[in-house]
Each structure stands twice: as C-alpha cells, then as structure tokens.
Design a protein around this ligand. Structure first.
Ligand code: HEC
Length: 439
C-alpha cells in the first residue's frame, strides 16, 4: 500500500543504491561518490530543470551535476545543517510515518557539510551513480492526470483588486468523464501568479439543477496553498466523481493593487483515478477541526489557541495538514485514546507559511472509537515576527480572516469512519505494504 503512494508522488526511487556515507570514516568525501546519491534521493525532485512545483514553491537552481551544485556549496552546507533544506517542519519523532517525508539523516547532513568543508571536491564520476531519470509528468506531482478540469472562462482580476475570492462552478460532462471514477489523487494547477490559494468541492445538483454545498452528496476536493503537496489516497480510499456533478473552485486572489497589476486567471484541478474495477470501500472526508473564534492580543508573542474533536466511531486518518497564516508559530496534533493513553500525531514546532505541508500517512492510521484529537496552535503577534514579515501590523488584535494578514486556526485532516470489521483488513494491508513495499 505504501509503495503505490510513494510511486505516485515520484518519491520512491527504485533502483537507487542506498546512500554511501563517508562523513565519519575519515576518507575523502567527494561529490560523485558521496554527495550525489544524497542529492538524487533528497534534492533533485525539486532542484532540476522543470523540477517539482510544490504549489508555487519552485527551486531556484538545479543540483543535478557537479558543475551546477559547486557554486552553491556554502549555502547548501548552511541550509542542510540548519535543516531548512530539504523543507520539512515536523519533528523527528514522526520519522518514517509520513510517505512524503523530506529529511536527511544525521550522517547525510554530516557528509554534505564535510564535503563543503573540504573544498567541495568533485571526485571520480565513475565511482558515483548514473544520473537520476525523471518521468515526464507534464509538471504534475501526482503523475500524468486522467482528467484536468479548468475554469470555464479566464477570469479577469482588475488593477484595483487586493483580495477577491470568487467561486467558479464547472459541470462535469459525459465527454470529460464517460463513466464514474474513484478519485485517487487531486492536484491543483494555479494559473495566475496572484492566485493565493484554492479550495475545491464536488457538488451534486438536485432535480432543479441547484447545488447545495451542505447537502450529503458533496465532498471536499482539498486545497492548495504555498508549498502544499497534492492530496493522495491509498488503495481502497477515495470519492466517486461522475458526470453531472459540479466542481466548485473557490479561488482566493491576492496582490498589491495598482496600475499594471491586473491579469487573467484560468486555474485548474487535476485528478488521477483508481483503476477501473478496483474496490473502493471508504469515502474520504477532508475538513478542519479548528477554532473559528479567537483573538490574538496585540504584541503577544505566544498566544495559544486550542480545539478538539471526538471521533465517535473507529476512524482511519489518511493525512494531516496544519494551516495558519503569517503569525502561526507552531501546531501540534495529539490523540487521546479511550484507554487513557495519548500520542502526539504531528508536531510542527516552527510552522513555515511558505511550506504548508500535507503530512500523508504511509499506512493509514487507525484510531479506536472515542478517540479525541486535540490541537494546540501557537501564534506570535510580537516584534519577533517582523524579522520575517516586516509588513505585519503587530499593534492590533488579530482574529479569523481569509487575508494572510489575518489569522486562521485550521488543522485539516483527511479521514473516514470505518466499521469495526474493516480495521483488521486495513491494518493487514498496511502491514503488507510496509514489509513488502520497502523503498
Ligand atoms: C520540495 C522541494 C525541495 C526539495 C526536496 C529541496 N529543495 Fe532546496 N529549495 C526549494 C525551493 C522552492 C527553494 C527556494 C525557496 C526557499 O528558499 O524556500 C529552495 C532553496 C534552496 C537553497 C537556497 C537557494 C538560494 O537562492 O539561496 C539551497 C542551497 C537549497 N535549496 C538546497 C537544497 C538541498 C541541498 C536539498 C536536498 C538536501 C534541497 N534543497 C531539497 C525546494 C526544494
């Protein structure tokens, strides 16, 4: 199970030899022999020509070859050492838990730092791996989509607009979707630069053709914000998309208003489907269990906001996605089990607005009925925030708002209730995935 998600994410690197590490052996550390394997595994999906565009975060340079990497050696050592690269904000206690994890081992960090410290020597290309090949997916992280749904018309955003959040409704035709299909992966494709984020929903019109967002027959299509990975479901999990349904895209445009800043946008959402005939038993819900009412006092450096939700039935979690704005400092998800035990599911001590990671479980996480998930979010509305975001007005109280200079407390989860009888099968499939899947 885990392997197929990894493959979908272009993360699994089949055929790559395990990373040879020389940092602690005293031998000469060279690019080709010791550093390139690390870059191939942990950097090149983004750092290559046409590399991964993780919701607007595009790496500024290629690290495919020695010649490309050499000029960046010092900044590579610095960012790797202080763990800014690769981007991943969860603590080590969840190492191995999430399939899209982007981290280096201590030994790999030491190797890169030692290489730079010794003058970044090239070494013998014959002793290193062959160049890593990347599949051409047309720029999609989920692989080539089965269906791309575009806004019907380009939408014009005028010079005077600072924030605007229109809805677009696109009806799925028979031509687009000849037969109903189970969604396996969703990836947004923002078009204009001033697209700030997008959320999507699939709606089923009633007999009069009206769509009701709150009706039973709707489901979320997740979202896209800076640095957010696509949504991906394991085998057996998804939602059914069929012709006649309406895809609603809620697009938030944000820019500095002024002459010459206007433009058109025609964003899209792309889907991959489970294979025809594959059994999909579990419909996925994606929503936040956050707090809508809070107020962060002016100048306060550590303002805590909490929220929680009890899951009444046996539940399977598929992914976690902390969302806050510029003042967001940290977010933690803790599960309190009915037997009294507790487990920190995700701890993001230094939330980074630019990397709004979707933490996707390698194996679906089973929670027994009665589990309460508690969220603690901490906000910094003090002077220290100005170092990174000098434009923030820390002299005012901040509450919930769509603008990034307001705040949100939105711990998203993708999850589904399951019948007690399903749990064993899900656990078994997960177990088979982790032992047989490997990487
Ligand atoms: C998920 C995509 C991704 C991965 C994986 C990744 N990077 Fe980056 N990297 C970026 C992006 C995007 C930027 C520019 C924005 C930023 O700084 O956050 C960046 C910036 C950098 C910079 C700073 C460049 C500058 O302009 O100063 C360095 C150095 C760097 N990365 C090195 C690495 C190394 C080394 C690895 C692997 C160990 C790595 N990155 C893995 C996406 C990635």
């Amino acid at each position: 199970m885990s392997r197929s998600i990894a493959a979908l994410l272009t993360l699994g690197v089949p055929g790559l030899a395990s990373v040879a590490v020389a940092a602690d052996t005293g031998q000469a550390v060279t690019f080709h022999e010791h550093v390139l394997p690390i870059f191939q595994r942990s950097c090149q999906t983004c750092h290559r020509p046409g590399g991964d565009n993780v919701a607007g975060m595009v790496a500024p340079m290629s690290l495919m070859t020695y010649e490309e990497a050499r000029p960046w050696a010092r900044s590579i050592a610095r960012l790797v050492q202080n763990r800014e690269m690769p981007p991943w904000d969860a603590t080590d206690h969840t190492a191995g838990v999430f399939v899209n994890e982007r981290t280096l081992t201590g030994n790999e960090i030491d190797t890169v730092v030692a290489w730079v410290g010794r003058g970044a020597p090239k070494g013998d290309p014959a002793k290193g791996p062959a160049p890593r090949e990347f599949e051409d997916t047309g720029g999609f992280l989920i692989g080539r989509p089965d269906l791309i749904v575009y806004m019907e018309e380009p939408y014009f955003v005028g010079d005077d607009v600072e924030d605007e959040q229109p809805n677009f409704f696109i009806t799925l035709t028979e031509e687009m979707l000849p037969e109903p299909r189970w969604i396996q992966a969703i990836e947004y494709q923002p078009d204009a630069e001033f697209v700030h984020h997008i959320t999507g929903r699939a709606l089923t019109p009633n007999e009069d053709g009206e769509v009701d967002v709150l009706s039973e027959n709707t489901f979320s299509l997740g979202s896209i914000a800076a640095g957010e990975d696509p949504t991906i479901y394991p085998p057996g999990f998804g939602n059914l998309l069929r012709a006649g349904m309406v895809v609603r895209l809620n697009v938030h445009y944000h820019k500095e208003p002024g002459p010459g800043t206007s433009g058109h946008d025609r964003s899209a959402v792309a889907f991959r489907f489970h294979p025809v005939g594959a059994e999909v038993k579990h419909k996925v819900t994606w929503n936040t269990i956050g707090a809508g009412a809070f107020e962060i006092p002016p100048g306060h450096g550590r303002w805590r906001v909490g929220s929680s939700r009890v899951f009444e039935k046996d539940t399977v979690l598929l992914s976690l996605h902390p969302h806050m704005h510029f003042r967001g400092e940290s977010m933690k998800y803790t599960a309190h089990y009915p037997d009294g035990g507790a487990e920190v599911l995700l701890d993001v001590p230094e939330y980074d607005y630019s990397w709004q990671t979707n933490y996707i479980y390698r194996d679906p996480k089973v929670l027994p009925a009665g589990t309460r998930i508690e969220i603690e979010a901490v906000y910094d509305n003090s002077e220290t925030r100005l170092e990174e975001y000098p434009f923030l007005d820390i002299g005012r109280a901040v509450d919930w708002g769509a603008r990034s200079i307001d705040e949100m407390m939105a711990p998203f989860l993708a999850w589904t209730y399951v019948e007690p009888g399903d749990v064993a099968a899900i656990r078994a499939a997960a177990g088979a995935g982790s032992t047989g899947g490997g990487e």
